[in-house]
Design a protein around this ligand. Structure first.
Ligand SMILES: [Zn+2]
Length: 108
């Protein structure tokens, strides 16, 4: 039996993960291996392998990821001090989980 995608499981609440924010399109939770004092992952509920697999119809999802990142930075109190947003794309780009996700790091 093929193992189900970890981020699909989290988005479907099939694993015990603290969800910091959720709406129709995405979920937000903490990275289990934080690279900064605050390290959030903003993850679409739709399974998309990587940036390479985005299609025209995914534009609203991409827009929502970025707007949510901005809101989360404000809510977590790091908007003023600054933060980084990034996507790792495929293995060479450092992607470890092959379900699209936006990293938000900050809080230094
Ligand atoms: Zn998935």
């Amino acid at each position: 039996m093929k193992k189900k995608c970890l981020f699909c499981q989290i988005a479907n609440r099939e694993t015990p993960t603290e969800i910091l924010f959720e709406n129709d399109l995405l979920v937000v939770f903490k990275d289990i291996k934080p690279a900064a004092p605050l390290h959030l992952l903003i993850v679409p509920k739709k399974h998309i392998r990587s940036i390479n697999d985005l299609t025209e119809s995914d534009r609203p999802i991409l827009s929502e990821l970025l707007m949510t990142a901005k809101d989360m930075a404000e809510r977590q109190g790091i908007a003023e001090s600054g933060y980084r947003l990034f996507f790792n794309v495929e293995r060479g780009g450092g992607q470890l989980i092959f379900h699209l996700h936006l990293h938000l790091i900050g809080g230094w």
